[in-house]
Structure formats: C-alpha cells, structure tokens
Design a protein around this ligand. Structure first.
Ligand code: ME8
Length: 515
C-alpha cells in the first residue's frame, strides 16, 4: 500500500443538546459525498464524525432530566450515531469525547502545549453565557428583561471570575498570516478566509482554556481542580481518533487532515485557534478548513420555538433518502446559505431527478430491452455526434467533476453532470432511435449503446450523492461491483455488447402531492 494516496476528512463533533437536525445531517452529508468520491478515485479514506459531550450545558441538561451526565450522553450520542444508517453515511469511525482514547489523547495534547511553553496559569473574569459556553465583552452585550444583560446571541450572561489556564494565542498572529499567505486554500471559501485574516489582523488575545466552575470535562493534567475548556477538548478529537499521542499508525498515515468541514459559525475555532494549537504542539495544521453556510426552513431561521426545525428522518420518509441527499447538495451553492422548502424539493425531484435523469435511463434501457433482444447492442462505427457524447459523459466529465470536488463545489459537480444528462436527452431526440428501428436497425443499436454508456458514466459519478439510486442503475446495466470505480469511466470501462439486461425499472418516481 506504499503508493496509496490517503485522505482524511472530518465533520465537527456534534453537541448533545438536542435531536440531530438537518444542519448536522448537512455537514456530515457533504463529508460523506466527498469521502465516497475519494474512495472511488482510489484513495485510502478516513472519514470521522462523532459527538462533543463535555461542558456545563450538558451537565445542566442531564440534571434537568434527572440523569447523570454520562447517562444523558449515552442516550443522546446514540441519536447522532443513528444518522449513519439513516442517511447511509460511510464514516469509518465515530468518536465520543467521553471515551478513554479521547481523554488520554486530549490530556497528552495539553501536556505537549504546556511543555512547549504556550500555556500559563492566570485568572479570568468577564460576562459568561452558559448557553454559548463563551465569554463576551461588555461592549457586545445588549439589554435584557428586568435590567439583565444578554449576549449578542440572546443568551443570558452572568459575571464570572475564575482561575484559568491560558493559551498564548497572542504570539500566533504573524505565523497564522504567514501560513495562510503561503496556503491560501487552507481556508475556503475565499470570503471566509478574508474574514479570518481580518480577525487575525485585528490582534489576537490569549485564550482561556480551562474552567473551574464545573467538572464535566477532561481534567487538566496535574491540576484536576480544572477541566479543559470544551473547545480545546473538542478540537483535539481530530487527533485522538487517529491514536494521538502515538504518532505512528493512523497519525502518520492521515495527519494533517485534508478537510475539516465546518459550519460558518465555528470557523474561527477551526481556522484560528486550531492551527495555532497544532503548530504550538509541533504538529502540522490541517490542509483545509471549509466553512459551509446555513439552511433556513421555508425562508425562516430554524428554531424550536417556531416549530420549523427540519428533522432528517421526517424529510427522508417523505421524499426518499437519495432525493434529500441530492437536494441538499444541489440546492445550496456550497459555502453560501440556502433555503429548504417543500416546493424547491418537489421541483428538483420532478424535473432534475424524474424528468432529466430518471427518464434518460428509463427510456434508453427500455428501448434496449424491447428492441435489442434485452441485451446491450453491438455498436457500429461512432459518428462525430456519438464520439462527442461519449467523451462528454466520460473522460471530459470526470476531469470537471474531479476538479470541482477538489474545491468542495458539490453544486458545480452536479451541474456538470446534469449538463451531460440534458445533452444526452437532446441527443436521443435528434437521433430518434425509435425511427431508426425500421430504417437502420444497426444505427439504432449504436445510438442506444451510446446512451447506455451515458447512463453508466453518469450513474457512477452520481453514486457519491445517491448511492442507492445510482447503484440500481448500474445493477440494471449489469455493471459488476468491481467495475464501479473511476478507473472505469469512459473508454476504459465500455459496456460489453451482448450482456443481457433485465426489464428496466424506473429509479426516480415523480412526487405526487397527497391530498
Ligand atoms: O458547534 N444549517 O456543534 P453543533 C447548516 N460541538 N448547518 C448547521 C445548521 C443549519 N441550520 N445548524 C447547525 C458544534 N449547523 C461543536 C463543534 S468541532 C471540534 C466542535 C452545523 O452541534 C453547524 O454549523 O452546534 C456546525 O458545523 C454543526 O452543525 C455542528 O454544530
């Protein structure tokens, strides 16, 4: 395996404060799609997800439920683990910050930072919001009811003073700027990198990295009056899941991470604190932090009080898993915000999936089944139009798809594939194989062969997005399990004439509104 290319991709680890909603599904889905694509492209992939289980908020939620914190975590973490079979995620590991492997690794990471001289003990006072697990500056606060103060997020704040360990973030500004100047793609999209650089240039303060006002956390090595602040604990999951502090094994194979996928709200932790922590511990920063946007629901911010929070299970039951996976990856320009709406969902299901893709596959395979003795036809000489279509759906498409995937431009990957699907639908109309049946059956066979090839290639390239539906199309074409990686795209994987096929079944039903 010496020549194998490795690829490490991570989701944020999710807080256990509620049921997993569409936001968690979205971040994990984008990683899953990328992980599946990279596997098809011959990479040795490690795809990690998990749950972030410490902190005052978790302890308080558990207490309210009459549970110990770990009982609450066991129960709630399972809901996130259940997303894997529900959404067909292909994660290779699931880490919980309450696991022994994590606690030991996080403590070793702390010790390393301490030994490097980047941690010191001081005291901290300020306005603290339990709900956000964050301190706020006096100037950021707004007035709340009855003379109280609120954080900019609306969370209640209280004045707190505590002994605390600090990380010397103030020493990392120039080094971070140098890092991003040399590696401008280490934080994407570009607008987010600009935000991060602006923040760094505004001057970095040392950050408090321990707490003494609660004990539901990883104890600070050698001073167990303190627990680690949730963010240093949480971020280190990306290392501890690789077996850190053991720097051989998975650490040697997979570090630095290729992509940390995060929502825009947690970019600063990942693109400022985390690279500084890592460099201070003598480790390389991640190759890329990609910040995606947020979903709103029918045009409104999702909130429990509005009752418009989208539950992955409900929408999957209603529209189908692959349909939801497709919609989430297609609707939103990856990096921007997007709107989850019933109408938008139906429109894409019925036009792009049922009409464009489903129809192309169904009519091509049905014509083969009916007119070619239910077997892949023997093609004659390819015309210019045939060659153009074959190349467009094969080698040329692969090249575009690969480069868009490398920018995490999922919507552009799908756009490029749909350009080919639409071109193939136009090609069917132009070539009119139904008319050739009488006039030139050999030519009809060639046209249908080209179409079967378009279906094969587009099904392979959509498989990371819609593993079940694309798999069904490939099954119908009798493409073997071992012939579904990207090495078989285009000329290198041409269908064998004479291969018998079964009666084709439609893969993308239209959505019909129930009364
Ligand atoms: O932040 N649309 O966890 P988390 C899109 N534990 N994405 C959304 C979203 C929405 N409406 N709502 C939330 C944490 N998300 C920390 C991470 S990592 C070391 C620690 C995304 O459960 C959000 O942007 O609050 C984030 O990427 C993810 O869900 C997890 O959020």
């Amino acid at each position: 395996m010496t020549n194998q290319k490795n690829y490490y991709i991570t989701t944020p680890i999710y807080y256990l404060s509620g049921d997993p909603h569409i936001g968690a599904m979205y971040t994990s889905l984008s990683c899953d799609v990328l992980a599946r694509f990279k596997r098809l492209d011959g990479y040795n992939v490690k795809f990690l997800t998990g749950t972030d289980e410490h902190g005052l908020k978790v302890a308080q939620v558990a207490e309210k439920k009459g549970m110990t914190p770990i009982e609450h975590c066991d129960e709630n973490s399972q809901l996130f683990r259940d997303l894997t079979p529900l959404c067909k995620f292909s994660n290779d590991d699931f880490i919980r910050t309450t696991e022994e492997r994590h606690i030991k690794g996080a403590q070793a990471f702390w010790t390393k930072l301490m030994e490097s001289g980047y941690i010191y003990k001081g005291s901290y006072s300020g306005w603290y919001a339990v709900r956000d697990e964050a301190y706020y500056d006096e100037s950021e606060l707004k007035d709340g009811p009855n003379g109280s103060k609120l954080a900019p997020t609306g969370a209640p704040v209280e004045w707190m003073e505590e002994e605390s360990y600090f990380f010397k973030l103030s020493e990392w500004g120039d080094k971070l700027i140098a890092y991003y100047t040399a590696n401008p793609h280490a934080c994407m999209p570009q607008a987010r990198l600009n935000e991060v650089l602006g923040f760094i240039k505004g001057g970095l303060n040392d950050v408090s990295i321990s707490r003494t006002n609660f004990d539901w956390g990883v104890p600070v090595p050698g001073d167990d009056k303190h627990v680690m602040y949730v963010w240093i604990d949480a971020l280190s999951n990306y290392l501890t899941a690789l077996g850190y502090p053991d720097e051989s094994g998975d650490m040697a194979t997979f570090w630095p991470a290729d992509v940390h996928m995060v929502g825009k709200d947690i970019l600063r932790f990942h693109a400022v604190y985390w690279p500084a922590f890592l460099m201070a511990a003598g480790l390389e920063p991640p190759k890329r932090v990609f910040a995606h946007g947020w979903w709103v629901s029918e045009g409104e911010k999702m909130s429990k009080s509005l009752g418009n929070v989208i539950d992955p299970k409900t929408v999957i039951e209603k529209y189908g898993l692959d349909q939801v996976r497709y919609f989430l990856m297609r609707e939103m320009t990856f990096g921007n915000d997007g709107n989850f709406s019933h109408d938008g969902m139906i429109k894409r299901m019925n036009t792009e999936l049922a009409n464009d893709f489903g129809n192309l596959a169904q009519r091509s395979l049905s014509m083969i089944f009916k007119n070619c003795d239910a077997a892949i036809p023997e093609p004659g000489e390819f015309s210019v139009a045939d060659e153009k279509m074959l190349n467009m759906a094969g080698e040329a498409l692969l090249q575009t798809v690969r480069s868009e995937f490398d920018q995490q431009a999922f919507h552009k990957v799908l756009d490029a594939i749909w350009d080919v699907i639409r071109a193939a639908n136009a090609y069917v109309d132009e070539q009119a194989p139904w008319a050739l049946k009488k006039t030139d059956p050999a030519r009809m066979g060639t046209v249908l062969y080209v179409l079967a090839e378009v279906v094969r290639n587009t099904a392979m390239l959509t498989a990371p997005f819609m593993p079940d539906s694309s798999g069904k199309m490939l099954d119908q074409l009798k493409v073997g399990e071992g012939e579904r990686d990207l090495g078989f795209i285009g000329k290198s994987g041409l269908l064998k004439a004479g291969t018998p096929i079964d009666q084709p079944q439609g893969v993308f039903p239209r959505f019909v509104e129930q009364e």
